[in-house]
Design a protein around this ligand. Sequence first.
Ligand code: APR
Ligand code: PHB
Length: 419
Amino acid sequence: MDSIRTQVGIVGAGPAGLLLAHLLHLRGIDTVVVELRSRDYVERRIRAGVLEHGTVDLLREVGLADRLLRERMVHEGLELLFEGEAHRIPLTELAGRQITIYGQHELVKDLIAARLATGRPLHFEAGAVALSDLDSERPVVSCADLSLECDFVVGCDGSHGVSRPSIPDGVLTSYERDYPYAWLGILAEAPPSSEELIYAYHERGFALHSMRSPQITRLYLQVAPDEDVAQWPDERIWAELRTRLSRDSGFALADGPILEKGVTALRSSVVDPMRYGRLFLAGDAAHIVPATGAKGLNLAVADVSVLAAAFDRFYATGKQDLLDAYSDTCLHRVWRVQHFSWWMTSMLHRAPDADPFSHQLQLSQLRYVTSSRAAAASLAENYVGLPLPCLPGPSASAGSSAPDGFASPLSPPAPAPDQ
Ligand code: APR
Ligand code: PHB
């Protein structure tokens, strides 16, 4: 069994773990990343694909955005479709910021390539089986053939990892919400049928038209939590999408070969605190959001931007203040994002036991958010993403406090910087 000494042991090579490794590498902090799965598996895992403005700013700032900036699609708005009519929310006009469409697995490929280019350790198929001595000065990550002796451990191993369960009972408070529906998602070789994303509220359930490139679309249908994907042959999926995305003014949904399909549960979960001793949790290991707000990846990025600044300050000055503030700093944003994701989910899905009163409330909410500039601006501000608490650079070691990232809604939005 190899035993390696490192400053920060990172469990999981998803966006959270890989980006944290890169941010710490830029600050000369040594890390070792261990990942349960193979490189091929991690790079092929289809997930979401909406990046907030701040996420792209951070990736560009740390030299990880070359391919992203070349291949991405930039959107300045989205559509809400209900009662057969589409309503555009002008995100950039209202919030001064854009969103980027770029597949999460493409970003993971870029992050892996960047890690390998540094020559720093990234062990695939080396799942952590146990974390120990987390409340000592030398926590240990044990894998089958490898053990890491660390100053700190960061659990970036998602919602089914070993990090969170390694924390003794009674330390964490868990907040859970399961939604009575799921998403049937497809990746299709078909050109997008609209310039921007379409979120549809339909009596038969929610639907989402998204995309990956001018040749590839990503589409979702609300289904039952225990839906059997085998009951959804391709033609049934296209027929249902055509129905839920139809509008009075006419809309042709382009179809094509379905490359990938799967059912994803919708749930919200948060653990507090996001730390135990020398173990820190980041990304899905600490919180899950329903996909309706497109926030999962962006929240993981926000966590590690705060954590990187905190480690930088610790190793530069010996001060633990930002490490001690990490959990509260992140949870402030986590709950804002949880609320937005719950709100979008509740507004746009038909609950199986929905009574006519709830339906009218949802219609009223949709009519309000598409007719009131103030309400639309609130959606836009949350959707494009609140400024990241910490952007890289010298400030962290100079003791920057991590603000909660709220630009004052009363101040006019800053003009969209040319990215
Ligand atoms: N040891 C090592 N790695 C592990 C272990 C383990 N015991 N268990 C899980 N992992 C790995 C998984 O294989 C995965 O590659 O941890 C990684 C966690 O990555 P993600 O699930 O992508 O989580 P995160 O990096 O926090 O990114 C959050 O991912 O799931 C989406 O919607 C989510 O967009 C959000 C983003
Ligand atoms: C996606 O493109 O996969 C996507 C877009 C918006 C969402 C969720 C997923 O809200």
